[in-house]
Ligand binder design. Structure first.
Ligand SMILES: [Zn+2]
Ligand SMILES: [Zn+2]
Length: 169
């Protein structure tokens, strides 16, 4: 799928790989990434010195997420520019800097795991359906966007009531 033929890369200097990864693909297993459709990936791989390769490009897709306030479903468009760095001898610095392992003696370089990692890091899990979302009542669970619920102020925790009293004095 997202594999670079290292022989071709050696001959041509750069190779473009393009793939459309299905929402059901194994790649997304064990992640929180739920896609509404295919994820389009286009990357250009080049060698960057001995034992190093770089893949640059973009990834586009639509994520299915839940509003963190009202838990309603929403779709988020993802359009990320990616720069993936692969190195053969990974030092600790490389790992922290986000470089991925690269077996330069192999016949191909698989970009898919690196793409997955980048997406996991890039996606914001705390999204809201709209900035004014009122969320759910903490007590009865009613969706407050549909109007106020029946929970009244009398039921407020007495400690909060006392605090409110202090504030208004
Ligand atoms: Zn919401
Ligand atoms: Zn309520």
């Amino acid at each position: 799928m997202l594999r670079v033929d290292l022989g071709q890369l050696g001959r041509e200097g750069s190779v473009v790989v393009e793939a459309s990864i299905s929402a059901e693909d194994e790649l997304w297993k064990d992640t929180d990434l739920r896609w509404a459709g295919d994820v389009a990936v286009k990357l250009r791989a080049t060698f960057a010195g001995t034992g190093e390769a770089v893949a640059r490009g973009n990834v586009r897709g639509t994520l299915r997420q839940d509003c963190r306030r009202c838990l309603g479903p929403l779709e988020t468009d993802v359009a990320d520019e990616l720069t993936l760095v692969f190195v053969t001898d990974r030092s600790e610095d490389d790992e922290e800097g986000g470089a991925y392992p690269f077996d330069a003696t192999g016949s191909e370089l698989d970009l898919s795991r690196a793409v997955r990692e980048e997406l996991v890091l890039a996606v914001n899990p705390y999204v809201v359906c709209h900035s004014g979302c009122r969320g759910l009542c903490a007590r009865c669970g009613a969706d407050l966007n549909e109007g106020p619920c029946d929970c009244t102020d009398d039921e407020v925790d007495p400690r909060w009531a006392a605090l409110r009293q202090l504030k208004s004095e």
